[in-house]
Design a binder for this molecule. Structure first.
Ligand code: HEC
Ligand code: HEC
Length: 479
């Protein structure tokens, strides 16, 4: 296969000692890594050169023929608003969180979350978020299950509504510039059944993830990730990443997707079932968690005897997501972007947001067995190690800790978010809310929420002069 990535390499040790005298002063050693000069091809042959609002939502160049037909069908199923009828095209509810995949992942991105619009679910609003709830001892609530469904079909009560109260605090960079962080405090109101006491409740709020590079993630050379976990140990930076492992269909798998790397696949079946109430072969039960007595496939006088989506169609959705193109970088030769790129390495961001990885030779296999060989043997630039890192519990007395474990991931551990395409989020979705719960309103806030293993890196960034910090932001906008 033709290799599309060509880049010059300069060892960062040389760069750092020649350009940046400050390294020795804080005891952080320069890491020997290659700084690639100007690679645009984020995902090899899957790279697309789009900068518009459909930059995340267009097929990779190799998608054609039967695959294109299936891609288009998958795209449609992904975006079609489900109705509450039974069977094909229906199945919404009785309670749900979203009414189509695209309702939360607009343009295959991150729909503006209700945390900021409506301070939560809003009275009538649609939040585009997932709210995970558990008892403080880790057990699920019998009447509510794992996800709080804050929406419902006609005649049914939503399980509850999320409310966010923001606590604001202003901080200063060493050079005197200031920035503000906003810490969310979540409560749940309007419980449809038993009131859950706040002392007995942990709730973790998640805004959707962008679908950039889903196929590449599924095709990752997993031994490379496991080797990275063994290598990801930089005591002087306080960084040590580790893999999440989860049991899927009775098999122990490496977790790659989700904010805590808590899933091994693209959760199509789970998304239909748990997020929307659309029954399928893997999850045939309605998700009303005891709100209704389902007797012999009927509920409220309606029959619920058919599955709402076929496995073939779920595979089309899987195919659609895995065949999406990954936007190429932009402005790679802009001097400020280049300056920001150097600063990104200088601040050690790349130790977690790993720039270059590879996919395995055979590419990816979809949920019903279709192969996508085009995803194989690619050099990709996801800006993630797909590992878990302790992101701390200190900043504003809470940090990013959500007290919600998933697989091996603890409350304070998160998967490094891949940054490819992040610079287009504003164009695609019209907002710059970042981090798992959308609390950061811009890139600076996202960085300044990095605690724990990210602390040394954040401090490096904070100690840079304003022009350099701005250059880092410019660089992120070029991804
Ligand atoms: C209610 C909003 C909502 C709906 C509806 C929804 N999602 Fe998501 N999706 C999310 C959120 C929030 C996350 C992050 C979850 C986490 O990390 O815990 C996510 C994560 C994902 C991921 C993981 C992405 C990654 O980068 O690791 C995939 C894939 C995905 N969703 C696919 C789907 C599909 C397919 C559907 C439709 C069947 C769907 N989603 C419907 C909100 C939604
Ligand atoms: C210790 C590993 C680590 C280091 C070092 C690190 N990050 Fe992160 N980064 C993460 C993790 C984990 C998340 C996800 C946290 C969350 O969502 O709560 C993240 C999230 C982000 C996000 C938000 C992405 C999104 O779409 O929500 C941005 C932007 C970001 N990091 C930029 C940077 C920059 C710039 C640096 C260097 C100054 C840096 N990071 C250093 C691990 C790291």
């Amino acid at each position: 296969m033709k290799k599309l990535s060509v880049f010059l390499s300069i060892p960062i040790g040389v760069l750092l000692s020649s350009l940046l005298g400050s390294c020795d002063s804080d005891g952080l050693d320069a890491i020997d890594i290659e700084v690639p000069a100007g690679y645009e091809l984020s995902a090899g042959t899957s790279t697309v050169f789009l900068t518009s609002s459909v930059a995340y939502d267009s097929e990779a160049p190799w998608v054609s023929g039967d695959y294109l037909t299936r891609f288009v069908r998958g795209d449609r199923l992904y975006d079609d608003v489900r109705t509450s009828t039974n069977g094909d095209g229906g199945g919404l509810g009785p309670v749900y969180a979203g009414y189509s995949c695209g309702s939360c992942h607009r343009n295959a991105g991150r729909t503006r979350p209700g945390v900021w619009n409506d301070n939560g679910s809003g009275p009538y609003g649609f939040s585009a978020m997932l709210v995970y709830i558990t008892r403080r001892n880790g057990a699920f609530f019998r009447q509510y299950g794992r996800v709080l469904h804050d929406q419902s079909i006609y005649g049914v009560t939503a399980e509850g509504k999320l409310k966010v109260d923001w606590e604001y605090q202003t901080f200063s960079f060493p050079d005197g510039d200031s920035y503000e962080l906003a810490l969310p405090h979540y409560t749940i109101t309007d419980w449809y059944a038993d009131e859950i006491a706040p002392e007995d409740l942990f709730c973790s709020v998640r805004v959707p993830l962008r679908h950039v590079g889903m196929g590449q993630i599924m095709a990752l050379d997993q031994t490379e990730i496991e080797k990275l976990a063994a290598k990801s140990n930089y005591p002087e930076w306080g960084i040590s990443g580790r893999c999440n492992y989860i049991t899927e269909r009775g098999k122990l798998c490496l977790g790659l997707s989700g904010n805590k790397a808590q899933h091994a696949d693209l959760t199509v079946e789970l998304g239909f079932s748990s997020d929307m109430g659309v029954t399928n072969s893997r999850y045939p039960e309605e998700i009303c968690e005891g709100q209704f007595q389902m007797t012999e496939g009927s509920m409220m006088g309606l029959t619920y005897d058919k599955l709402d989506i076929s496995t073939e169609d779920m595979e089309n959705v899987d195919l659609y997501m895995q065949s999406l193109g990954v936007p190429a970088r932009r402005n790679v030769n802009d001097p400020e972007v280049k300056e920001g790129e150097k600063a990104f390495y200088e601040a050690g961001c790349h130790l977690c947001h790993v720039t270059t990885l590879h996919t395995r030779p055979r590419g990816s296999t979809l949920l019903a067995g279709t192969q996508l060989p085009w995803l194989g043997n690619q050099t990709i630039h996801p800006y993630s190690d797909f590992l878990l890192h302790d992101m701390g519990s200190e900043i504003m007395g809470a940090g990013l800790n959500d007290n919600y474990p998933s697989g091996l991931a603890r409350g304070n551990e998160w998967r490094t978010t891949p940054l490819w395409g992040v610079g287009l989020q504003e164009k695609v979705n019209g907002h710059t809310c970042f981090l798992h719960d959308g609390r950061a309103r811009n890139f600076i806030e996202a960085i300044m929420w990095h605690g724990g293993e990210g602390w040394a890196s954040r401090q490096k960034f904070a100690s840079m002069p304003r022009e350099k910090r701005d250059a880092v932001v410019k660089f992120l906008q070029s991804l």
